[in-house]
Design a protein around this ligand. Structure first.
Ligand SMILES: *Cc1c(COP(=O)(O)O)cnc(C)c1O
Length: 379
């Protein structure tokens, strides 16, 4: 229940559905009617619209954001003996994709200002891989954490200087920009996710890859269908990685209101920052960056105290991420950048994401703000 004293949820699908006034349900019914559940016309239509939206030459949809990362690494032939630099302060899928193709994730640190990869840490790690290991530095995956694009101008320079491919993990940032360049046009390829909590979301799992490299796009289109060409010959070892037609139909309706939703997200973020700047560390924005505001993440010393205070006021806050990946049992054996990852480790103890979605009412924002201020002693 919005407003009043009811619980404040991290996302509000009911409000969005009411706004779409049955259009998503009708779109799903049309797919059920024509019956082309796999690679139906909505998939091609969505790919055209997504490419047009961000200005990439090609958009290739797939089954999830994780598959988007895996498919790109497969298409590049990244595998055993290759090192791929990834931040540790991210969702598991970023490093998981590297390990799944048999390559070695090498964890790098983040910048405390925007939680995105620290370019100096990337350079240090590339040099360490070159001099101290038998691995070949093959690629870097930059993550646009919480919706704000990474520093792609600096990253493109490092990647070119060391002969690395640059893959943007834009699972949280589709809709964001650097200057007037849209997310989807940075690096050699961009992977995004349409998981329900991402800014552009479907009703299940979904993802997409953006690139200006037409050969890469052709290979990705084969890899997502078992590596089969149009004669059903397997020319690559691929996967079942397609986006369902029903999800494409849902996304076409969501894309139509996406810009308005992004503006609404930005308004909530601005209200939070204006009201909380003096009591917590609010997200810092780089001058040229426009965030998609997947999350509004602040840093405080007593994070768990704040989580508890919000919970007892019926406000669900989330912690992304309580442990950096290099600290998880499955990833402990992989190398980290020289000097370790002190910024990632410090952030993991201090971050908390406040409720932010396009339909968060002003009364609810006010309640979140008041609760945070009371909890951290800011009145
Ligand atoms: C959500 C997410 C993914 C994975 O996307 P799925 O669609 O859930 O597979 C990858 N990287 C980051 C940074 C994410 O937030």
């Amino acid at each position: 229940m919005p407003g009043g004293n009811g619980p404040i949820a991290p996302l509000d699908l009911v409000a969005q559905r009411q706004r779409l006034a049955g259009r998503v349900e009708q779109a799903i019914a049309r797919v059920i009617g024509h019956g082309q559940f796999i690679m139906g016309p909505e998939v091609t239509e969505l790919e055209d619209q997504l490419a047009g939206y961000c200005g990439a030459r090609a958009a290739v949809t797939c089954a999830s954001g994780t598959d988007a990362l895996v498919l790109v690494l497969m298409a590049w032939g990244v595998g055993p003996g290759d090192a791929v630099l990834v931040p540790s302060f991210t969702f598991a899928a970023t490093a998981e994709a590297v390990a799944l193709v048999g390559a070695t994730p090498v964890f790098v640190d983040i910048d405390s200002a925007d939680f995105n990869v620290d370019v100096a840490s990337v350079e240090g790690a590339v040099r360490a891989v070159e001099t101290d290991t038998d691995l070949r530095p093959a690629a870097v995956i930059a993550v646009d954490l919480f919706g704000q694009p990474a520093d792609y101008a600096a990253l493109e320079k490092v990647a070119t200087g060391h002969g690395l491919r640059l893959l943007a993990d834009a699972a949280q940032s589709f809709g964001g920009r650097l200057g007037d360049r849209q997310v989807g046009t940075f690096g050699d390829a961009t992977a995004t996710s349409f998981f329900p909590t991402k800014p552009l979301a479907c009703y299940g799992d979904g993802g997409a890859i953006f690139t200006d490299d037409e050969d890469l796009a052709d290979t990705l289109r084969l890899l997502r269908v078992h590596g089969q060409d149009r004669h059903r010959r397997c020319v690559h070892v691929g996967i079942n990685g397609r986006l369902d037609t029903i999800q494409a139909a849902v996304l076409l309706e969501k894309l139509a209101i996406f810009d308005e939703e992004l503006s609404a997200r930005a308004r909530v973020a601005e209200a939070y920052s204006a009201a909380l700047d003096d009591v917590v560390e609010v997200p810092r924005r780089r001058v040229d960056a426009t965030s998609a505001w997947a999350q509004y993440t602040v840093q405080v010393d007593d994070r768990d105290g704040l989580v508890a205070a919000l919970a007892s006021a019926g406000i669900s806050a989330a912690v992304y991420y309580r442990h950096p990946l290099h600290d998880h049992p499955a990833y402990r054996a992989f190398p980290v950048a020289p000097g370790g990852l002190p910024v990632s480790e410090r952030a993991a103890g201090r971050v908390i994401s406040l409720p932010l979605h396009p339909y968060l009412q002003e009364e609810d924002q006010t309640r979140v703000i008041a609760t945070v201020r009371r909890a951290v002693g800011g009145g």
